[in-house]
Design a binder for this molecule. Structure first.
Ligand code: IMP
Ligand code: MG
Length: 338
């Protein structure tokens, strides 16, 4: 395994943070790159602590991993610097000179714009307006911000060089395919493409270098903000099933629906997934909580996994059975060539 891309297959919040942090520790990832922006919160539960990340790659849990933010990303310097400080990763974090910058005016615009704040239900973090300015070619870039100077690097060069040297690189996508500006439920989408190809483009690595594309699905579907959600449950029912979640960045209640096989199939197709990671199986099947061997899953849980594999044509190689990084069943040895 050399270059792995991890992306979300639904509307974000599939548990990418957990999967990425597990892979970082298990595979000893040398270089991890985060894409997207601060609208996306990734949660990692490691050594009894819950850590919510909005800029730093979730791979930070592996202390030898170089942590990068690609040129396509939008950086809020305040949030970036706060996370660097909190996680004490000064000596191994870098961001590309060409990352664009979110300024206070973008946050104000995001929160006061009727269309974005009310209709779309944006996260109010200024990401959409910052990208508008980037497209108009008036945005500030990371290289223009004094406080970011110590961390500036050439991310495409670092990543491609690491691959040339046979190192392990992981790209951490944000959000999910159905929030993609191109492939999602437009106009109820975020301000960027969220597919695996777009993640590569944001980082500066070509598609021929990719070895594995892992699409992450949660055992049920959630979405925050406006837009269609097939099979949406009334809030009371979602609560009864234990599917009620609170959004990391905005604190809003996430809308919930059962696993959507049609969407999963499409996400696998558009991302050209080679593997599926399935999270929160313990929420759907409480008897599976903390299970770390496939054979110990209940018959119902196995049938659900087999149906996903049958309908998508791709193997479910990683199965999350709890919040902790190591609450996972890893079947890669069984299925993958390498
Ligand atoms: P924006 O990305 O803040 O402009 O929000 C646009 C839409 O995408 C809204 O429905 C948000 O709730 C949703 N969204 C953006 N980022 C995330 C995420 O990381 N997880 C879940 N939903 C997101
Ligand atoms: Mg999230």
């Amino acid at each position: 395994m050399t270059l792995t891309v991890v992306v979300g297959g639904f509307f974000g919040d599939e548990g990418k943070g957990k999967i990425v942090s597990y892979l970082a520790l298990k595979d000893k990832i040398d270089v991890a790159v985060r894409t997207g922006s601060v609208n996306a919160g990734h949660t990692v539960v490691f050594q009894g602590k819950t850590i919510k990340l909005r800029m730093i790659p979730s791979a930070f849990v592996y202390d030898k991993c170089r942590l990068l933010i690609g040129p396509g990303a939008n950086v809020n310097p305040k949030i970036f610097l706060k996370e660097v400080e909190a996680l004490k990763v000064h000596d191994r974090v870098g961001l590309d000179a060409q990352c664009s910058i979110i300024e206070e005016k973008h946050i104000v615009r995001d929160r006061t714009d009727e269309h974005l704040a009310k209709k779309i239900g944006s996260t109010g973090q200024g990401v959409g307006p910052a990208i508008e300015d980037r497209v108009r070619r008036v945005a500030k870039l990371a290289k223009d911000v004094e406080e970011l100077k110590p961390y500036i690097t050439d991310v495409p060069y670092e990543v491609n060089k690491a691959l040339d040297e046979g190192k392990k690189v992981l790209l951490e996508g944000t959000q999910g395919l159905f929030l993609s500006l191109y492939h999602g439920t437009y106009p109820y989408v975020t301000s960027r493409d969220t597919s695996a190809a777009a993640v590569c483009s944001e980082v500066g690595v070509g598609p021929r270098r990719v070895d594995e594309v892992i699409v992450v699905f949660k055992a049920y579907v959630t979405r925050v903000g406006g837009g269609p959600l097939e099979g949406e449950l009334p809030m009371e029912e979602a609560k009864r099933r234990g599917w009620l979640e609170i959004a990391t960045v905005t604190g809003r209640i996430r809308r919930a629906a059962p696993f959507n096989f049609k969407m999963a199939k499409r996400a696998v197709m558009i991302n050209s997934a080679t593997q599926i990671a399935l999270t929160k199986m313990d929420v759907l099947f409480p008897e599976c909580k903390g299970v770390r061997e496939y054979d110990e899953l209940s018959r119902e849980a196995k049938e659900f996994i087999e149906r996903i594999e049958k309908e998508t044509g791709v193997k479910v190689t990683l199965i999350g059975t709890g919040a902790d990084v190591f609450d996972i069943i890893d079947r890669r040895g069984e299925f993958m060539r390498r």
